[in-house]
Write a protein that binds this ligand. Structure first.
Ligand SMILES: [Zn+2]
Length: 130
């Protein structure tokens, strides 16, 4: 149950509010008021209809593993995954704080935050106890 160090992040100007939310332990996606779609990454322009009438939407922090890959031929093995949030978007992330062999497609997960090398809180996911 070790985890690898998270590299330094360099948020852009559109990412500041999002990282302020992760620092509070909140995972945000973006909702489009024009077409009612939810998207991630949380860009200010909707990728579905190109409207700028978008706003942050706080996620419950729960999702389902859509796909994953476990990297074992490295110093500290780790799992990268696509997790489909209950709010709709699928995000690339890491599955952490679990036995890697226990990870499965369709597994329910919840968000946890780990700190990057330069202090940003990064959302990752861990299995929800059955
Ligand atoms: Zn839209």
């Amino acid at each position: 149950m070790t985890s690898r160090p998270i590299c330094e992040l360099s948020p852009g100007p559109d990412d500041v509010a999002w990282f302020e939310a992760t620092a509070r332990g909140e995972l945000m996606v973006r909702h489009c008021e024009a077409c009612d779609e939810v998207h991630f990454p949380p860009r200010p322009i909707c990728p579905y209809c190109f409207s700028d009438r978008t706003a942050f939407l706080k996620c419950a922090g729960l999702g389902t593993i859509y796909s994953f890959s476990t990297l074992r031929r490295v110093e500290v093995p780790y799992c990268i995954a696509y997790v489909t949030l209950d709010e709709g978007p699928t995000i690339m992330t890491n599955i952490v704080d679990c036995v890697l062999d226990s990870i499965a497609i369709g597994q329910r997960v919840r968000v946890v935050f780990q700190t990057s090398a330069n202090g940003y809180a990064v959302p990752m996911f861990t299995p929800v106890a059955a």
